[in-house]
Design a binder for this molecule. Structure first.
Ligand code: HEM
Ligand SMILES: *[C@@H]1O[C@H](CO)[C@@H](O)[C@H](O)[C@H]1NC(C)=O
Length: 241
């Protein structure tokens, strides 16, 4: 009889119910796998660290993989789903194809996590942790990752094509694309700080360095050295000097 119980009893009943509720509904939190997969964060960090030792750029690639996952129907690892004869995923979307990298690093982490705690941790949480560790291992900040995502069973090629920002997007288009994900212009500016790390292919920024007037001219001249008016489409340049 809830209504007749003393306050403290009613409070503990409430606590018990909230606890049950959060277990049943799997409320997200930082310690989601503390009991079920205690080595999760150690495994992720060590595989990312090995990948960065082979190629530092991989840290940038893993961060972008997370962004491109999250902007299409949420952070649900939908970007990882391969095409089959009866299923089309997001990997061939224009912003992703020949551009998003790091799938094999996520696969390597997932195998080690499965070996340590089978069928427990979704890829979506692994992608979020790998992005965090990448930034931190490259000398950037760290942050706590709330865990308990669910992996997608679907993906959307059309949403990947429509929702991910492109190199030719205007400022107002970019602002509305972020607003569509409940992100403010300030969020967008902060998140774009991700471009402190990583590289871009020449053909994606050629127009800027040859035709923009609102650009630092010595920076444009510097980039023109490896990104000519014609040819060298896939030449890479650091996004931030
Ligand atoms: C504001 C809108 C954005 C646009 C228009 C944009 C566009 C691009 C383009 C064109 C590239 C080069 C891709 C290539 O060479 O194939 C790139 C790379 C990159 N982007 Fe963005 N991006 C945006 C926002 C973000 C955000 C929010 C993040 C992460 C929080 C991010 C992380 C990265 C990283 C780390 C790279 C380098 C990847 C690598 O070296 O493999 N970008 N971006
Ligand atoms: C312009 O670009 C050059 C080359 O990247 C850089 O050294 C310089 O600091 C930049 N100037 C300004 C005002 O940002």
């Amino acid at each position: 009889m809830l209504s007749m119980a003393p306050i403290s009893d009613r409070f503990s009943t409430f606590l018990l119910l909230s606890l049950l509720f959060s277990c049943v509904h799997g409320q997200m939190n930082q310690n989601y796998y503390k009991k079920s997969c205690p080595n999760l964060e150690t495994i992720v960090r060590s595989v990312v660290s090995q990948a960065l030792a082979t190629e530092a750029r991989m840290g940038a690639s893993l961060l972008r993989l997370f962004f491109h996952d999250c902007f299409v129907q949420g952070c649900d690892a939908s970007i990882l789903l391969d095409d089959t004869p009866t299923f089309t995923g997001e990997k061939t979307a224009f912003p992703n194809i020949n551009s998003v990298r790091g799938y094999e690093v996520i696969d390597a982490i997932k195998s080690q996590v499965e070996a340590s705690c089978p069928a427990t941790v979704p890829c979506a949480d692994i992608v979020a942790l790998a992005a965090r560790d990448s930034v931190n291992l490259l000398g950037g900040p760290t942050w706590n990752v709330v865990l308990g995502r669910k992996d997608a069973r679907t993906a959307s090629l059309s949403e990947a094509n429509s929702d991910l920002p492109g190199p030719g997007s205007s400022l107002s288009t970019l602002i509305s694309m972020f607003a569509a994900k409940d992100l403010s212009p300030q969020d967008m500016a902060v998140l774009s700080g991700a471009h402190t790390i990583g590289q871009s292919r020449c053909f994606l920024f050629r127009d800027r360095i040859f035709n923009d007037i609102n650009i630092n001219t010595s920076f444009a001249a510097l980039r023109q050295q490896t990104c000519p008016l014609s040819g060298g489409d896939s030449n890479l340049a650091p996004i931030d000097v």
